[in-house]
Design a protein around this ligand. Structure first.
Ligand SMILES: *[C@@H]1O[C@H](CO)[C@@H](O)[C@H](O)[C@H]1NC(C)=O
Ligand SMILES: *[C@@H]1O[C@H](CO)[C@@H](O)[C@H](O)[C@H]1NC(C)=O
Length: 293
């Protein structure tokens, strides 16, 4: 029953030991979600970089919808990724980090918005078209011939078109009404088209501790590249940055709250092509390392 200063001292020491154990011993598992047309193979360098700076980190891949299968509709992918990620979360009492590349960033956001009980600590969106895509870059050209940027909305904003992942975040700034009425994924996720679940989705999303946004002007695939930081074109194709977006001002999914909390970190690098983000040492050291503890 010690109540003197001595026992108080030992309680503090014990608490510090416990806390330091939690903070430095185990690193939280890192779960990686890949992008369009790729899969876990592309992330070998990243796995190596993580294990070098944080030895013992468990790095896990959600190995679903690789390669061409990544074109499947995103809500379907979200459903199946969820099945995989739920048991990983259950086994991680201190939570996990979610590192999601390109299209994977949208899958992760949808997971975070629709899972009431997720324990994601830091959510890192690595060059992800978070506000949508409007550009027929080399990467997509074999799929959409060059001249199609202006006309693809006819396909994308139809019921059949929404069965392709890329149409789920195709955001044609000249076809706003069609986007709002026909898009079944991004328009809901961003609250561009208000819906009944918005409040719950926002609460769920806000369970994350940090949102880390990474992108840059030489990406070459995400168009406009500012979409990786929640910026996007207006109807004259001028960039409207995150803070001036309606979804930010209305805080439709929690972005404004996160920033007010001080929990958004933005990391921009030039000279990095889309396919190099996850293997670039500079990007790793400056944008990723500190969020993976
Ligand atoms: C934003 O808020 C305004 C004013 O309440 C509302 O008219 C508008 O529909 C909202 N927009 C979105 C995208 O939530
Ligand atoms: C790696 O990132 C640095 C810093 O942004 C950049 O200058 C360099 O070109 C990148 N290297 C590759 C191979 O992408």
């Amino acid at each position: 029953m010690g109540s003197g200063p001595g026992s108080w001292f030992w309680q503090v020491v014990l608490l510090q030991l416990l806390l330091s154990g939690l903070c430095t011993d185990g690193y939280r598992p890192v779960v990686i979600v890949h992008g369009l047309f790729d899969g876990p193979k592309q992330f070998r360098t990243l796995t190596f970089l993580i294990s070098k700076v944080h030895p013992g980190t468990e790095v896990l891949f959600i190995n679903l919808y690789d390669g061409l299968f990544s074109l499947r509709p995103l809500w379907k992918q979200v459903q199946d990724f969820r099945q995989e990620v739920e048991p990983i979360m259950k086994k991680a009492p201190d939570g996990i980090h979610l590192l999601c590349f390109s299209q994977g960033g949208l899958i992760c956001r949808a997971l975070l918005s629709t899972m009431a009980d997720h324990n994601v600590h830091n959510f890192i969106a690595l060059s992800s078209p978070l506000a949508g895509q409007y550009g027929d870059t080399d990467y997509l050209r074999w799929l959409f011939p060059k001249y199609m940027k202006k006309t693809i909305f006819h396909i994308c904003y139809s019921k059949a078109g929404q069965c392709f992942s890329i149409c789920n975040y195709w955001n044609d700034p000249h076809q706003r009404d069609r986007y709002l009425h026909s898009n079944t994924f991004l328009a809901l996720l961003n609250g561009d088209a208000p819906h009944a679940e918005m409040k719950v989705w926002r609460e769920n999303f806000l369970h994350i501790k940090k949102l880390v946004l990474i992108g840059g002007p030489d990406d070459g695939v995400v168009t406009p590249w500012q979409s990786s930081l929640f910026g996007f074109y207006d109807s004259s194709e001028n960039i409207v940055e995150m803070r001036n977006q309606e979804f930010y001002r209305n805080d439709t999914f929690g972005l404004k709250t996160l920033e007010a909390r001080g929990d958004i970190s933005v990391c921009v690098h030039s000279g990095v092509h889309h396919t190099k983000w996850h293997s670039n040492q500079t990007v790793f050291n400056t944008c990723l390392e500190k969020w993976l503890t």
